[in-house]
Design a protein around this ligand. Structure first.
Ligand SMILES: C[S@@+](CC[C@H](N)C(=O)[O-])C[C@H]1O[C@@H](n2cnc3c(N)ncnc32)[C@H](O)[C@@H]1O
Length: 322
């Protein structure tokens, strides 16, 4: 399947398989025909002053996003899905959840929300005046009621696979789906910080496994997966990994090169990523010594054998003296 993908082209062509457009996403979207993409998944700039964004007044930011979203909806297939992944806009210590601001933009365009997925991770800024933020959301919308969705490739292991029906016509039969259970709408997936195997110089990469789950459940092989704010290329990587076609735009030249390099490595089978379904690292279970605070360590163990020998010697000496 992967041998067929040889080239990364820089403008949209329905006959190609991988597109990395070096420029503004609206310019790429204008070259894309109506109803082309099976899945559009992105994490837009959050307007928090990252190096690639100019901080805008919130209403201006929402208006800019609305323009991109409108074009995305035009290019989305009738059975397609849009997943818009966002966090908070922070203004002088006040947080404004961007999903609440963007939700009306999607619904005014006739889209229907299917899930608001909570993506929970453990690493990030430590706040001192509020609880530290440890989740972001993925808003999943579809264009119609007849949307494509396949749960089977993304099922996760059942908690009690051996459980059986205890009464009724199915008594004695296993009660759970042997393919696994629905992963639910709370996804615990490590974010890409310094020790993550996928970390590059991009400040806010998607972990590949997060997008793989969306690609596998919301598209079929050969469908187009599109990311208007491609960054380091993660969406296209997840798409081509599973035999889909991938396209995206990125304005910052160094990230365009980074995306191309990572996609080329994926096509060559050399890109290192964290595997889907790998359990989240638990330092206590792993026996990491740093999990025990030095001030809570028990005092050095007394050598019991030595103490017993000493006691015996003392007894002998006491009897000898009697
Ligand atoms: C939040 S990051 C996305 C990171 C991406 N999900 C990844 O896995 O690497 C947003 C990206 O959008 C890019 N960007 C900002 N405005 C853009 C625009 N108008 N068109 C295309 N890319 C844009 C930024 O340079 C940045 O790399």
């Amino acid at each position: 399947m992967f041998e067929k993908v040889q080239n990364i082209v820089d403008n949209f062509d329905p006959n190609e398989r991988v597109v990395v457009f070096p420029g503004d996403c609206l310019d790429l979207l204008r070259n894309c025909p109506d109803e082309t993409f099976g899945l559009i998944v992105t994490s837009p700039p959050y307007n928090i002053g990252k190096e690639y964004e100019k901080r805008l007044k919130l209403d201006k930011y929402i208006a800019q996003q609305a323009e991109v979203i409108q074009e995305c909806v035009r290019c989305l297939s009738q059975r397609g899905s849009i997943c818009w992944q966002v966090g908070n806009y922070v203004d002088g210590g006040t947080i404004i959840p961007l999903d609440t601001m963007l939700y009306p933009v999607f619904t005014k365009l006739g889209l229907r929300m299917r899930n608001r997925i909570i993506w929970h991770f453990e690493h990030g800024l430590h706040c001192s005046k509020r609880f530290s933020g440890r989740y972001e959301t993925i808003m999943w919308f579809t264009k119609s009621e007849k949307y494509f969705f396949n749960l089977d490739p993304v099922r996760i292991p059942q908690k009690y696979p051996g459980k059986k029906h205890f009464k009724g016509p199915k008594a004695g039969e296993y009660s759970c789906n042997p393919l696994g259970k629905n992963p639910g709408d709370l996804w615990i997936i490590p974010n890409v910080k310094s020790n993550h195997v996928e970390k590059t110089e991009h400040p806010c990469q998607f972990p590949v496994e997060l997008i793989e789950r969306l690609v596998l459940s919301m598209t079929k092989p050969e469908d187009w997966v599109f990311d208007p704010f491609l960054g380091s290329g993660t969406t296209v990587i997840a798409a081509v990994r599973h035999g889909r076609r991938g396209a995206g735009a990125e304005v910052v030249p160094k990230y365009v090169s980074l995306a191309e390099e990572r996609i080329a490595a994926e096509l060559a089978g050399t890109l290192r990523t964290r595997p889907m379904h790998k359990p989240v690292y638990d330092p206590i279970k792993a026996g990491n010594s740093l999990t025990i605070a030095p001030w809570k360590r028990p005092p050095k163990a007394v050598d019991v054998t030595q103490t017993m020998l000493l006691e015996k010697k003392n007894k002998r000496e006491r009897y000898a003296a009697q």
